[in-house]
Design a protein around this ligand. Structure first.
Ligand code: FMN
Ligand code: SF4
Ligand code: SF4
Length: 452
């Protein structure tokens, strides 16, 4: 593993590794950023600077899913409430101690004059780069900043151009996911001259309602407001948006910093595979502290060693060509579920899921055993049973086509072979087994244990 070099040059911003803290409470002060660098983080995007705000209390709400605390986190915090001068002094101090680490100043102000001023201020303090916060989906957007800019590509483009005029250090534009097509603001940023992109900021959300006061969480004196959602729950949305940018012909050459639900080395690798060349983390650090970077680094190094990579640029974006539009998937590829009886604990969750929620392709055993049986000819290969089975690798999906035939919806369309009317026999479900409706009445009377 000795030839592995984790260092990056992200649009001109150099860092010893791709692990950066996202602009958020963990980067609120020089104390925290220095502590994080000591722990192993390679960069930090400072808590967004601007005209200091007044925050409310309380500020966070969470989705606790079953045994998992903070599967999703929601916040109604604004940008920094600390004076700019204090932050600038601390940025300068951090850079003295850590000249080779990346310190990026996140900025959000309103007028052209303020943009010019604050860009110069953070440059003078020694920041290595600037991140433009066009994402905050609460509070700041009501004042015409944050996601109000991120949702208006023309306004975003104008502000990026202002900043590019003023800045002599690299500029990252941070995008809001609260938009129907992420490529619109990304293109506006790239066309405005932005050196790089980052995404995602938080998702506009309400995490729950108190059943006594009827106020949304987090509650501020009996009322609440929509917050910004982040943490493990948002990772799939972030990955999808990252892929949209990394695969776009006009955007793909612009470096992208991936953000959203990153907690483990696996998450890091997935973001890099989809085109990110640095990653940013907020919620996982708020949950577990700066120490999580040790597992991230060890895991990333092991992965790279196993695959024979010496730099993250060796595998960045390698998954992008494998994400295609649905119409380009092979319709002849066929998998069927298979249960490993030696691993099965007989919980029969797979039977319930398939019978009620899928395709009635798992029978309860008739021989006294509790191991269900797959009815091959009914199985459409949807994966549901393997996802609900609580035993790892107990249900696997086995390939049944011989790989000799490939045909996609796009190809069928060209050949005029797609269904054209409601009862067209060329629909895929023709011939699939479906029980008679009245069979449901008999099911209720069955002994679910499998005994006759
Ligand atoms: C409490 C809190 C405050 C945040 N403040 C900022 C901010 O000031 N500027 C900013 O660009 N993003 C801010 N974010 C968004 C994060 O930087 C990040 O984009 C988002 O949380 C997704 O990453 P995660 O899933 O790792 O948390 C904040 C997030 C949280 C939870
Ligand atoms: S869900 Fe898994 S463990 Fe449970 S009965 Fe089905 S195969 Fe067995
Ligand atoms: S893959 Fe889908 S259809 Fe096949 S047995 Fe499992 S749940 Fe049923």
């Amino acid at each position: 593993m000795s030839n592995i070099d984790l260092s990056i040059n992200f649009a001109g911003i150099k860092a010893p590794n791709p692990f950066w803290l996202a602009s958020a409470p963990p980067t609120n002060s020089g104390y925290q950023v220095m502590k994080a660098f000591e722990a192993g983080w390679g960069g930090a995007v400072w808590k967004t600077l601007g005209v200091p705000v007044q925050n409310v209390s309380s500020r966070y709400g969470a989705i606790n899913y079953r045994d998992t605390r903070m599967a999703g986190l929601n916040n109604i915090e604004l940008i920094t409430d600390r004076p700019l001068a204090d932050n600038l002094r601390e940025i300068e101090e951090v850079k003295k101690y850590f000249p080779n680490h990346a310190v990026i100043a996140s900025l959000m102000v309103e007028s052209k004059k303020e943009w010019f001023q604050i860009v110069k201020d953070v440059e003078n303090a020694g920041a290595d780069g600037i991140e433009l916060n066009f994402g905050c989906p609460h509070g700041m957007c009501e004042r015409g900043m944050g996601s109000a800019v991120g949702q208006e590509p023309e306004v975003l483009n104008t502000i990026v151009q202002w900043v590019m005029q003023a800045a002599s250090i690299p500029v990252i534009t941070k995008l809001t996911p609260n938009i129907s097509d992420i490529t619109d603001p990304a293109l506006a940023a790239v066309r405005g001259g932005s050196s790089a992109l980052s995404l995602i900021n938080t998702i506009k959300s309400i995490v729950g309602i108190d059943l006594d006061t009827y106020a949304p969480y987090p509650i501020v004196d009996g009322k609440g407001t929509n917050g910004g959602y982040c943490g493990p729950a948002v990772k799939p949305i972030a990955l999808h948006m990252l892929k949209e940018l990394a695969g776009h012909p006009e955007i793909r050459n612009t470096p992208i910093s991936g953000i959203g639900g990153i907690e483990t080395w696996r998450d890091v690798v997935e973001f890099i595979l989809l085109g990110a060349t640095s990653v940013q983390v907020c919620t996982a650090v708020m949950h577990y502290g700066f120490g999580i970077v040790r597992e991230m680094e060890a895991g990333l190094r092991q992965f790279m060693s196993d695959k024979g990579y010496s730099s993250i640029y060796d595998f960045a974006g390698k998954a992008v060509p494998n994400v295609v539009e649905w119409k380009h998937l092979n319709l002849h590829y066929k998998v069927v579920a298979s249960i490993n009886a030696d691993k099965c604990i007989g919980c029969q969750l797979c039977h319930i899921a398939c019978d009620d929620g899928a395709h009635q392709a798992i029978a309860l055993p008739s021989n006294g055993s509790r191991v269900p049986e797959i009815i091959d000819e009914n199985c459409v290969g949807c994966n549901l049973c393997s996802l609900v089975c609580p035993v790892e690798d107990c249900i696997t999906m086995e390939r049944r086509d011989d790989g000799s035939k490939t045909e996609t919806w796009a190809e069928r369309t060209v050949l005029g072979k797609i269904p054209e009317h409601f009862n067209d026999p060329r629909g895929g479900g023709v011939g699939h087994f479906v029980p008679e409706p009245s069979a449901a009445l008999n099911y209720k009377r069955k002994d679910r244990s499998g005994r006759k």
